[in-house]
Design a protein around this ligand. Structure first.
Ligand code: KG4
Ligand code: ZN
Length: 340
């Protein structure tokens, strides 16, 4: 089985081939757009759509050629159908549907959040139920996952997503795009608990499993306005304290959710799951008082937006539910219409 996955929900255009059972099941080509958007300080939807349109045919051809696969060898085409930027989604979806139609192969529409939620399961067998922690630029949620088709969201952010708080924090500290990644790299170089930084507030909203990150972001803004850090070292130290506050809440709330629901496996997904400090904090917890909890992370290429997870989730959805109609509504796979 050869699955072609297409991801175009935001500012990365990605195509991947997924061949389950092979030694190296994934091959991928990615075209990143942050240089296009950086002068504007954020993703410009119209520029994103145009860039997807330009990149998709080229990277798909390159991917197939590099893997020595003919288009007609592809058995299934999967594309992200949402949530994301509407224009950007339409480009990838239309490309995928057209390709499937011309090749007379089935097409399947994939929910981007579900793709993050199940990304790690493409690399490692994980039993049900598990607790999913999805942490991306647009979403932060905890879900009790009962099967590949059934899950219940038990906590979500009430304001900013964790990745969004990192991106906005990067902007406050003057780091270029991709902000969250640059902030995380700065934090790795910096030191926590120096006079440059401060202990940023953590919002736990107990007993709820919801999150809130707007307070910590505002605290960073006031701290930077007050202390006006100019040296790289000072900014790195502040970044280290800021990242710590966000990761601390994510880890503690995921652990609390696991305890609340009596689940011993936590599966993390989404761009923020690439963070080294998050991984370290989870590890410390699981080596400490919560030895019975296992935390599973996707490998790096499956963390931030990628087409591998779309191909893998596409195959699962196809097996569970069959193909999507080619007329499929762009918004039909949204978890929650309010988040469109
Ligand atoms: O999943 P993703 O690539 O796209 C969305 O679906 O939103 O997540 C993007 C988010 C960004 O907001 C960025 O701040 C965050 O992932 N991110 C990171 C790292 N790399 C990307 N956060 C922490 N540490 C990283 N290394
Ligand atoms: Zn994503």
């Amino acid at each position: 089985m050869i699955v072609l996955g297409i991801e175009s929900s935001c500012d990365d255009t990605a195509v991947a081939l997924y061949r389950p059972g092979c030694d190296e099941p994934f091959s991928e080509k990615v075209s990143r757009q942050y240089k296009i958007h950086d002068p504007y300080g954020g993703v410009v939807p119209e520029l994103a759509s145009r860039s997807h349109l330009e990149a998709l045919p080229h990277i798909t051809r390159e991917l197939l050629d590099d893997c020595g696969i003919r288009p007609e060898d592809v058995d299934l085409v999967a594309a992200t159908a949402g949530p994301g930027l509407t224009g950007a989604l339409i480009v990838g979806l239309t490309f995928g549907k057209s390709l499937a139609l011309s090749l007379k192969k089935p097409f399947v529409a994939v929910n981007h959040i579900e793709a993050h939620m199940f990304a790690a399961t493409a690399e490692e067998e994980v039993g049900y139920p598990f607790l999913a922690l999805v942490i991306s630029g647009g979403h932060t949620l905890l879900a009790v996952v009962k099967s590949s088709t059934s899950y219940e969201i038990v906590g979500r952010t009430r304001d900013d997503a964790a990745g969004e708080a990192l991106d906005k924090g990067a902007k406050i500290l003057g780091f270029p795009m991709p902000g969250g990644l640059n902030l995380a790299l700065a934090a790795e170089k910096g030191q926590r608990g120096t006079p440059d930084g401060r202990r940023f507030p953590r919002s736990y909203l107990k007993p709820s499993l919801d999150f809130s990150f707007s307070g910590v972001k505002t605290a960073l803004l006031y701290h930077v306005e007050r202390t006006r850090p100019s040296s790289e070292e000072a900014k790195n130290n502040i970044a280290a304290d800021y990242v710590e506050a966000i990761m601390d809440v994510l880890v503690k709330k995921a652990m609390l959710a696991a305890k609340t629901y009596g689940i011993n496996t936590i599966v993390v997904g989404g761009g923020v799951s690439a963070n080294s400090r998050l991984r370290e904090l989870f590890k410390n917890r699981c080596q400490g008082q919560r030895k019975n909890v296992r935390v599973i992370f996707p490998s790096m290429p499956l963390c931030t937006d990628n087409a591998r997870m779309i191909a893998a989730r596409g195959l699962r959805v196809y097996k569970d539910k069959g193909p999507s109609g080619l007329e499929a509504d762009v918004f039909s796979t949204f978890i929650d219409q309010d988040e469109a």
